[in-house]
Design a protein around this ligand. Structure first.
Ligand code: SAM
Ligand code: DTB
Ligand code: SF4
Length: 339
């Protein structure tokens, strides 16, 4: 076969536009998951290149502003008070500590600073303190994100007025698998907070965890649910379960890494304009699987040596990986434009 014959069908397929504004049926998402591996990777790349031609990677740094002691029962979470893990509960950090961490994140090249608290829901006096943190972090020139649990409308409004850009609140899995993982709140509680957050004009960061023992069908339903949110989230963190000793999921069998890559690809195809973030569990994936995830359309990572309580690749290792793969960061792209 000549080179010309070989490239012709690829050029034809490349013109397929990203699917926007569609309702994703379970059948359509199942069909994507079932594609031959090279085909799903090709389609994810096709979508990714059309929507993000610069191919940059967003760097988000996480800080646990209130660790442990959480009253919820999320089976995966080392911060739930009822499980006996190595996590020590601590009180809300001071403003100065948060701003020091944000300055360090900015100096290391982060785009976004995400503040996470192990709360079921914040009290109004907690929100006041987080408002001061958001204002301080914004003043440093970073995008801000917070994940504080369920919110009342007035609390969401206070956060928005303080300059918060994103609120992270995950659906975590499919509606039918959810009660096997969490009993202290319902799927509808999560959807209600997401609506509250949208109503005040905040951008939504919403994703979940794979590898908790859910079936392929349940992963399909989870991704379809995210993609059918109207509008779908601007940021989609896909966490790989980190099985933490002392949690009910500590001995969960590991998901096949290629199934994780497929999940990233399906998220990219069904939510073309979202930043799809490789989140918890990235350290355990290794370089080759991470590289495949970037090929599958992931374009955001948590950057910094620590997530909330679990480990993350060292920032230097990430810089080397991105350089090895020839991937630019969002900050470096911005700098090029400004020159
Ligand atoms: N308490 C708030 C809440 O639940 O929305 C915010 C913090 S919570 C730790 C944020 C997210 O971290 C969870 O929704 C879950 O997706 C992820 N997460 C927590 N523990 C994890 C683990 N062991 N492995 C993977 N992801 C995890
Ligand atoms: C998200 O989906 N992943 C991040 C962020 N949102 C807040 C949290 C991951 C936490 C992993 C477990 C830990 O480090 O405690
Ligand atoms: Fe609490 Fe959030 Fe952990 Fe659930 S995931 S136990 S709500 S900190």
């Amino acid at each position: 076969m000549s080179a010309h014959q070989f490239t012709a069908p690829l050029i034809q397929a490349k013109s397929r536009p990203p699917v926007v504004g569609a309702t994703w049926t379970l059948e359509a998402v199942t069909a994507l998951y079932n594609l031959p591996f090279n085909e799903i990777m090709f389609r994810a790349q096709e979508t990714h290149r059309q929507v993000f031609p610069e191919g940059d990677v967003e760097l988000a740094t996480l800080l646990s502003i209130k660790t442990g002691g959480c009253p919820e029962d999320c089976s995966y979470c080392p911060q739930a008070a009822r499980y006996h893990t190595d996590v020590k509960a601590s009180k809300l950090l001071d403003l100065e500590e948060v701003l020091e961490a944000a300055k360090a994140a900015k100096a290391a090249g982060s785009n976004r600073f995400c503040m996470g608290a192990a709360w079921r829901e914040p009290k109004d006096r907690d929100v006041e303190k987080v408002v001061a943190m958001i204002k301080g972090v914004k003043a440093l020139g970073l995008e801000t994100c917070a994940t504080l649990g369920m919110l009342e409308p007035s609390q969401a409004k206070s956060l928005k007025d303080a300059g918060l850009d994103f609120y992270n609140h995950n659906l975590d899995t499919s509606e039918d698998f959810y009660p096997t993982v969490i009993q202290t709140r319902s799927y509808q509680d999560r959807l209600d907070t997401l609506q509250t957050v949208r109503n005040v004009g905040l951008s939504v960061c919403c994703g979940g965890i794979v590898g908790m023992g859910e079936s392929r069908e349940q992963r399909v339903a989870f991704i379809a649910r995210l993609a059918n949110l109207d509008p779908y989230p601007e940021s989609v963190p896909i966490n790989h379960l980190v099985p933490v000793a002392g949690t009910p999921l500590e001995a969960q069998a590991k998901l096949d890494p290629l199934e994780f890559v497929r999940t990233i690809a399906v998220a990219r195809i069904t939510m073309p304009k979202a930043r799809v973030r490789l989140s918890a569990g990235r350290q355990e994936l290794g370089k080759a699987i991470q590289a495949m995830c970037f090929q599958a359309g992931a374009n955001s990572i948590f950057y910094g040596d620590q997530l909330l309580t679990t480990g993350n690749p060292e920032a230097e290792a990430d810089r080397q990986l991105l350089a090895q793969l020839g991937l630019k960061t969002k900050e470096s792209c911005k700098a090029e434009v400004q020159v």
